[in-house]
Design a protein around this ligand. Structure first.
Ligand code: NAD
Length: 502
């Protein structure tokens, strides 16, 4: 990894298949979104590589090298991996920041610490999980019942570029903890931290074939995994449009599916809110990693009484954010991921103007020699947005905040829920009961009160409506990497239960 920072060498990353480091004839370039310089190249996997990975994962599963280990032994490997990642935390934070422009200032706490916490959580949960438990006795013979949970076999994890180590870990850790084999398909823009993760699992003693990383195009390698007959489950994070396609492909063999998709989170400021705290929270909720996080709070709902003072403070604070080189510790906001993403964000900004929203702050590119290369978008605020505008309905995935006015709390709840999405939401208030009353009525998988982006391992994460299917994190996430079985045991000797007994 340190080679990435030396000027003369460009490291080349390989895929990890069946315990081997595998190259391919074709390669991709990984470019820094801040400088557009090539920081690494990577093998470009094909359908054949995906097939090799799935076959090796299946073979490892059938041989029982992982699934038949005692759960505590599996946990030991996962905990060892977590310790190794922790020992490399600062270095891997740099790698994460280099590949996708995540600001170093929040990379170690926001990526490495979070990923490691989740790995430890699922290791411990997997070790103590009730894989078999007795149910109530039943029937005329007082039969015994066992409820058993067992691994699903091969699970595919399709991961986007924004926070790949965390989003990958949410899939890999519970899958491995429960005894499954895994094939990971990172996004081609940011695959490097997931490749390092595979290296640490290997060093920690994970048997060959249990975890595989295959790079490649989403529409080729990703789509192949989503419909592969030997894959039992596909877990996907990314856009709602691609999520629909993954679900369609997975239906060909009735796979288990977990989808974490887009969001358009409402951030509701109640009249009694601490305005300074809410302004800080709204900025962090929307602008962290330039808004390229699925749970970003991109619609702020303000009562008329607070509106003008709130937006004035918002802009005053946005002006103080430090935009620039994401590797510097003082930088708050780095670039967006790619030229295509920048173009998409500017298209949304134009559409918002043409729909009649007021461009209240910036909407352009930061100026100066530091921004001559790289993919920059200044933090942007639209006011006088109504909830029917595209800027309020679609996921922009950029540093763009829409301010919407509301009349009453009822009205705010209606606007918040009037969305195809339902991933996350927030309420700002000094009144715990009022905050809870709103939180209970919001259709979203996570609702923060006076907070944002807090995602501790013991709690579920996932979407209502078109924000997804299933939950990652939390106890139910492990269950979603198992199949549930009822074993019925009639007495070993005695009367028959058959109505046809003669
Ligand atoms: P995407 O959803 O197309 O890609 C996510 C992952 O899916 C990548 O690994 C990709 O290679 C793979 N993929 C693509 N097509 C596939 C297919 N047909 N079958 C299987 N896998 C496939 O996201 P993107 O193109 O990187 O970004 C487009 C938009 O999606 C963004 O602008 C943003 O709005 C949204 N997005 C959301 C999230 C999120 O966490 N909610 C993450 C990334 C992107």
């Amino acid at each position: 990894v340190s080679e990435i920072y030396s000027k003369n060498t460009i490291p080349h990353a390989l895929m990890y298949i069946d315990g081997q480091w595998v190259d391919s004839a074709e390669r991709y370039e990984i470019r820094s979104p801040a400088t557009e310089q090539v920081i690494a190249t990577i093998a470009k996997g094909s359908i054949e590589h995906a097939d090799l990975a799935v076959t090796s994962a299946r073979r490892a599963f059938e041989a029982g090298v992982w699934r038949d280990l005692a759960p505590e032994k599996r946990a030991e490997v996962l905990l060892r991996t977590a310790d190794q990642l922790a020992a490399r935390s600062a270095e891997l934070a740099k790698l994460a920041s280099a590949e996708n422009g995540f600001p170093m200032r929040i990379a170690e706490a926001g990526i490495l610490d979070v990923a490691i916490d989740f790995l430890r959580y699922f290791a411990r949960l997997g070790a103590t999980y009730p894989y078999e438990k007795a149910g109530p006795s039943f029937g005329p013979l007082n039969s015994e019942g066992i409820i058993r949970r067992e691994a699903l076999e091969v699970c595919a994890a399709i991961v986007p570029w924004n926070v790949p180590l965390v989003l990958g870990m949410w899939k890999i850790a519970p899958a491995l903890a429960a005894g499954n084999s895994v094939v990971v398909k990172p996004d081609q823009l940011a695959p490097l931290t997931l490749i390092e993760l595979a290296r640490e699992f290997e060093r920690a003693g994970l048997p060959a074939g249990v975890l595989n990383v295959v790079t490649g195009e989403g529409t080729v390698v990703g789509a192949h995994l989503a419909q592969h007959p030997l894959v039992g489950k596909v877990a996907f994070t990314g856009s709602t449009a691609t999520g629909r396609e993954v679900m369609r492909l997975a239906s060909s063999t009735v796979k288990r599916v977990t989808l974490e998709l887009g969001g358009k989170a409402p951030s509701i400021v109640l009249e009694d809110a601490d305005v300074d705290r809410a302004v800080d929270g709204v900025i962090y909720g929307c602008m962290a990693y330039s808004g390229q996080i699925c749970e970003s709070g991109t619609r702020v709902l303000l009562p008329h009484s607070l509106h003008d003072a709130f937006v004035a403070k918002l802009v005053e604070r946005l002006k103080k954010l430090k935009i620039g080189d994401p590797s510097l510790p003082q930088t708050d906001l780095g670039p967006v991921i790619s030229a295509a993403q920048r173009g998409r964000i500017f298209d949304f900004i134009e559409i918002a103007k043409s729909e009649g929203a007021t461009l209240f702050y910036d909407g352009g590119r930061p100026e100066g020699p530091d921004f001559a290369r790289g993919f920059w978008v200044a933090p942007t605020v639209f006011t006088e947005v109504t909830n029917d505008m595209q800027i309020a309905r679609e996921e922009v995935f950029g540093p763009v905040l829409s301010v919407i006015r509301y009349d009453t709390v009822e009205d705010a709840i209606r606007i918040a829920n009037d969305s195809q999405y339902g991933l996350s939401a927030g309420v700002w208030t000094r009144d715990r009961q009022a905050g809870l009353a709103v939180a209970r009525r919001i259709q979203a998988g996570t609702v923060w009160i006076n907070d944002w982006h807090a995602l501790p391992p013991g709690y579920p994460f996932g979407g209502y409506k078109q924000s997804g299917v299933g939950r990652e994190a939390g106890e139910s996430a492990l269950a979603q990497y198992t199949e549930e079985k009822f074993i019925a045991i009639a007495p070993m000797e005695g009367a028959s239960t058959s109505p046809f007994a003669r």
